[in-house]
Structures are given as C-alpha cells and as structure tokens.
Design a protein around this ligand. Structure first.
Ligand SMILES: Nc1ncnc2c1ncn2[C@@H]1O[C@H](COP(=O)(O)OP(=O)(O)OP(=O)(O)O)[C@@H](O)[C@H]1O
Length: 250
C-alpha cells in the first residue's frame, strides 16, 4: 500500500501540491481526477520518486521513503533503499516510453534482466505469458513503431508487470490515444483490477473512474479536495469545486 501524508511540492517557488494526503490500500484501484494543471501527475511522480517532495511523509508498503521532522526538514532514506522501494511500483506513462530500438519482447525483458539480473531464459516465458495476457504475443518480434498506440500501451503495461510490482501507477494511460483505441487499454486495466492488482490511476476517463475504481480522489489547484467510494463520489460529490468539475465533465 501507499500512504502519502501532507505532501507539499513547489516548482520554482510555485506550490503545485499543497498538503496532499492520499492512501492506497492493497488490492484497491484509486482514480485521481481533476482539471489540467491541478497536480495529479506531479503527485504520481512524487510517489514513484521521479520528483522529490519538499515536505510530508511517504510510506510504500509500510516502509518510509521520505519523512519530515518537527523542524520541517524533509529527508529521504538512503539511495539503495529508495531504489529497492521504487521497485515495488511499476509506472505506465501517457507516452508509453517504449525503447524504439528494441522489439516488443526485448522491451518487456529489458528491466528484469538489467535491474533484477535475471537470465534471458528465465524471464522470456514470463514475458511471453504477459504479452499473451495483454493480447500481443503475436507481436513479440515487432518494433514499437509498427504498433498502434493502444498496442504500445498494452506492451508498456506488460513491461511494468514483468518487474512484478506490488503497485501499478498509471499516468493518464489513454490520453495520447485516439478514442477508438482507449477501450482496449481500459479493458486490460479492468482485467488487472479484477485480479486485485493495486492501482493508482491518474485519468480523464470518467467512465473508467466510475466503473473500475474503488475510490476516486479529486484534485484542484494542488489540493486534494475530496475522495470517496466511486459510487458515492459520483452520486453525491460533497465539495462545490468537485460538483462544478463533474458538471463540466459528465
Ligand atoms: N518539472 C516541472 N517544472 C516546473 N513546473 C512543473 C513541472 N512539472 C509540472 N509543473 C507544473 O505543475 C503544475 C501541475 O502539473 P501536473 O502535470 O502535475 O498537473 P496535472 O493535473 O497532471 O495536469 P494534466 O491533467 O494537464 O496532465 C502545472 O502548473 C505544471 O506546469
């Protein structure tokens, strides 16, 4: 699980996250929604240590990643620990971030070989099983340039799963896709949710948030305004800012 408490983050003196607190329990799917520029991606990137926080506390699977003392000084655990904790999380980006010079299969086996030191023969069967799971086994020798956006994103999901993470973080996984290709990616994510994969999903897909997420969190201007069970959240948003946002989106 993830526990983020009172996370603050500024870029060039401009606050982007203002005391954001969010918990993600094991097996839970949480969707983070909100207007453009509200800090959703920054929050996700802070959880995955792609950005550092200025203050607050981050716990990943019960282990401290960063904490802030009474004097307000924030410190991270040592680098080796950061890397080990980081491996508990897999990340899927809006822009896929596949290696263009590697085939689909090579993309999936790269990190387990380089980061975990697994032998190729050890990881290939698992990589092939993951590609079969996302419906792309027949593309294993293709290069990313030959795939559609939806296929690329499904490879990116298989690649993240190949590291056997406890938690998957998705940063607007369908935003770069043509509308007709979002369905196949959302279907894969829905299957993962059914298998009780713990997932935090920054998304503009209200349908996904409503149907698949257990909980929805709404961010606006760097603040986490409210969060709650998906059905309740959509039926009875409590805060006026949430109501206005949903009114425009739905
Ligand atoms: N590396 C950075 N340097 C400076 N400013 C940044 C950086 N990353 C994000 N920001 C700023 O932080 C604010 C929040 O950005 P963020 O990408 O987290 O928002 P978001 O809610 O994910 O938006 P979107 O839905 O458009 O992706 C924005 O004003 C953005 O310009």
């Amino acid at each position: 699980m993830i526990s983020a408490q009172d996370i603050c983050k500024a870029f060039n003196g401009q606050p982007v996250l203002r005391k954001v607190s969010l918990d993600l329990m094991r097996g839970e799917v949480v969707a983070v929604i909100g207007p453009s520029g509200s800090g959703k991606s920054t929050l996700l990137r802070c959880l995955n240590h792609l950005e550092t926080i200025d203050s607050g506390q981050l716990l990943i699977e019960g282990e401290v990643l960063a904490e802030t003392n009474a004097a307000g000084v924030c410190s991270y655990v040592p680098e080796a620990q950061i890397r080990r904790i980081g491996r508990k999380m897999g990340m899927v980006f809006q822009s896929f971030n596949l290696f263009p010079h590697l085939t689909v299969l090579e993309n999936v086996i790269e990190a387990p070989m380089v980061v975990k030191g697994l032998a190729r023969a050890q990881i290939v069967p698992r990589a092939e099983a993951l590609l079969a799971k996302v419906g792309l086994l027949e593309k294993r020798n293709s290069y990313p340039a030959r795939l559609s956006g939806g296929q690329k994103q499904r490879v990116a999901i298989a690649r993240a799963l190949a590291m056997e993470p406890d938690i998957l973080l998705f940063d607007e996984p369908t935003s770069a896709l043509d509308p007709e290709l979002t369905g196949e990616v959302l279907r894969t994510m829905r299957e993962l949710a059914q298998e009780k994969m713990t997932m935090l999903v920054v998304t503009h897909e209200m349908g996904f948030a409503r149907e698949v997420a257990n909980r929805v969190a709404f961010m606006d201007r760097g603040e986490l305004i409210e969060s709650g069970p998906a059905a309740e959240f959509f039926a009875q948003p409590k805060h006026a800012r949430t109501q206005a946002f949903l009114h425009n989106m739905l």
